[in-house]
Design a protein around this ligand. Structure first.
Ligand SMILES: C[C@@H](O)[C@H](N)C(=O)O
Ligand SMILES: C[C@@H](O)[C@H](N)C(=O)O
Lengths: 158, 158
């Protein structure tokens, strides 16, 4: 298909929070997001894959300045006696996104994007897609280098 | 913010594949997607959160008819002696998406969406977001019920 990658965007203001060992049953995601919405925390990206052995992990990104408020709201959302095993890992992350029209399938664009990052020795911490976009999360220290190599890989100049 | 949820979309033709116990180092995602792109497999959604203890999981969705070809291409992409521990789980999935303009933050819309599914006893297997959309993956048997309760939750009629 004729995919035209028109640009690369960089967002250095995000933090990602991973909540793991979640009970993979109806109501868990609702509890977490009622807590975040109730605290007025703006969530940019939400990522969750299928659970394994009844446990799931949810990852989401929030503005860096909200990282502590978000963590507090989440911790308070669990019933007192049920806090065991929830791992909250909050770190800063840089989000690099490739934007393109006609991206009905992501495999070719993803292969080019992931190849460019691999050759630069940059580890991919997060992947999220939409019809027109593939976003990856990388270490903040890798943000500029990642943006540069991805620009180059898609022929958008240095 | 003024979010207007304008519609609910249902895609019943997807299958999701989870590849776990992946080495969380540069090059892994590139290897998988070179295999998928090389086999001409169209990938709709890609989901990955941060790895834990050096191991990561990637989830992606492909058209149902491509599920076996995709699994074969992935298995063949691992070097012969390095196949241990990769878990391939391929199942059919139904994707229900809420589309809205002005969705700069997902927390309020996500809370409403997740609440509606929780009250209907529908388990969320996958979550993926974009600027204008939140998509969830559910059991194919729950597809119609999920679409109905989400329509209702956002005042879009039954
Ligand atoms: C993990 C979480 O998404 C859970 N499966 C739920 O439906 O709420
Ligand atoms: C798991 C995979 O995304 C790996 N971190 C990579 O960079 O390829």
């Amino acid at each position: 298909e004729d995919v035209v990658v028109s640009g690369v965007a960089l967002d250095k203001n995000q933090a990602r929070i991973v909540v793991s060992d979640l009970p993979d049953r109806p109501g868990t995601a609702a509890m977490l997001f009622n807590a975040l919405a109730g605290a007025g925390i703006s969530v940019d990206t939400i990522v969750q894959g299928p659970g394994i052995d009844g446990k799931a992990r949810m990852t989401f990104t929030v503005p860096r300045e909200d990282i502590y408020r978000a963590e507090k709201a989440l911790k308070e959302s669990f019933p007192d006696d049920d806090f065991s095993g929830r791992v909250f890992e909050a770190y800063e992350i840089a989000k690099v996104s490739v934007v393109g029209v006609g991206m009905r399938s992501h495999s070719g664009v993803a292969a080019t994007l992931f190849d460019a990052l691999a050759e630069a020795g940059i580890n991919i911490q997060l992947v999220s897609t939409s019809e027109i976009k593939i976003s990856v999360g990388v270490e903040p220290d890798d943000a500029e280098e990642a943006t540069r190599v991805v620009h180059k890989a898609f022929g958008l100049g240095e």
